[in-house]
Design a protein. Structure first.
Length: 277
C-alpha cells in the first residue's frame, strides 16, 4: 500500500492549535503519518541572514520570523501526545544534527531527509545510524549526490526510500518529470516515492502512483492564503481527502501484477469456451 504523509512542515505558523487542526485534517483524510520540520536556527542560517530585515507576524527581522516558526521540545511533547490520541504516526525532517539528536527522545517510527539536507553528510550519518525507515527527498540534486547519500544509508544497513521531488515552491507541473521515478528505481534498486510541491492540484501525485511511486508526501494547510512560504504549494483539507481517496483506489486498481483467472470470470469462461471442450 502506498504510504501517504501529510507534511505540516512549518504551516502551523508556530501555533499548537493550528498544528492540532492539521493533525485532525490528516487523520480524517486517512493519511499514514504527518511530518514537521525542525531547525536550530543559529546552526542553519548565517548571522547576516538572521539579522536581515524581514516583515512577519513575529517582528521585523529574519531571526524573529524563523524563531516564530519553530516548536520547542515542550511543544513537541504536546504534539506527540496528541498524535498518539489520534492514532497517527508523526516524524520530523531535521535540518541540523542538534535537532536530530534532540528529537530522539520521542522514538518516532520514521526519519526524513529534506532535499536541502541531502548533501549534509554528517547529518545523514547521524540519521542513518538510527536504523529507522527513512524517506530521502531528491530535489535540486544530481545523480552523483543521490548516490553518495544512498551509500551512507547502505553502509549503516538503514532502510530507506528515495522520493522524487522538485524544490520550487510551488512547482510548475511542466517540470514534474515523473519518469525520474523509474530512473531512480532502476539505478538504486529501491522503492521510490514522490514528494510534491505543485500548487493546489493533486493530479501529479496521483500520476506518480500510477507509474509506481510507493509513497506520496504533500504539504497541507488549513487555507492556502495563510501566511507562509509553503502555503501556496499545499493541499487544503478537501484536496487532501480526495488525494488519499484516489491513491487508495489506484492501489486496488493496479493490483499485484500476477496474472490469474478470477472467480468472477469462471461463469463467463464456462459459457464462452464450452464450444472448445
Amino acid at each position: 500500500m502506498v504510504f501517504i504523509t501529510a507534511e505540516i512542515g512549518i504551516n502551523h505558523n508556530g501555533s499548537i492549535d493550528i498544528a492540532k487542526k492539521l493533525i485532525d485534517v490528516a487523520s480524517i483524510a486517512g493519511c499514514d503519518a504527518i511530518k514537521f520540520q525542525k531547525r536550530t536556527i543559529e546552526k542553519v542560517y548565517p548571522k547576516e541572514v538572521l539579522d536581515s530585515a524581514r516583515e512577519s507576524p513575529w517582528g521585523t527581522t529574519t531571526r524573529e520570523q524563523k524563531n516564530g516558526l519553530e516548536f520547542s521540545l515542550k511543544q513537541y511533547e504536546i504534539l506527540n501526545k496528541y498524535c498518539k490520541y489520534k492514532k497517527i504516526n508523526w516524524f520530523v525532517s531535521c535540518w541540523d544534527i542538534e535537532s536530530q539528536k534532540s528529537l530522539r527522545k520521542f522514538k518516532t517510527k520514521y526519519n526524513k531527509v529534506a532535499s536541502a539536507m541531502l548533501v549534509h553528510k554528517k547529518l545523514l550519518n547521524i540519521i542513518a545510524e538510527e536504523h529507522k525507515p527513512t524517506f530521502i527527498s531528491t530535489g535540486m540534486s544530481t545523480m552523483k549526490q543521490i548516490s553518495e547519500a544512498v551509500n551512507i544509508f547502505r553502509k549503516y544497513d538503514c532502510p530507506f526510500e528515495l522520493q522524487h521531488s522538485h524544490s520550487a515552491y510551488p512547482m510548475s507541473i511542466e517540470e514534474a518529470n515523473l519518469r525520474v521515478i523509474e530512473t531512480l528505481r532502476k539505478k538504486f534498486k529501491c522503492n521510490v516515492g514522490y514528494s510534491g510541491h505543485e500548487a493546489g492540484s493533486y493530479l501529479v501525485s496521483v500520476a506518480a502512483v500510477v507509474i509506481g511511486a510507493t509513497s506520496v508526501e504533500r504539504h497541507i494547510t488549513l487555507d492556502r492564503t495563510m501566511y507562509g512560504s509553503d502555503q501556496a504549494a499545499s493541499l487544503e483539507p478537501l484536496g487532501l481527502q480526495r488525494l488519499v481517496r484516489d491513491v487508495r483506489y489506484i492501489d486496488k486498481i493496479l493490483g499485484s501484477g500476477k496474472k490469474q483467472i478470477w472467480d468472477s470470470e469462471l461463469p463467463a469462461m464456462k459459457k464462452l469456451r464450452q464450444v472448445f471442450a
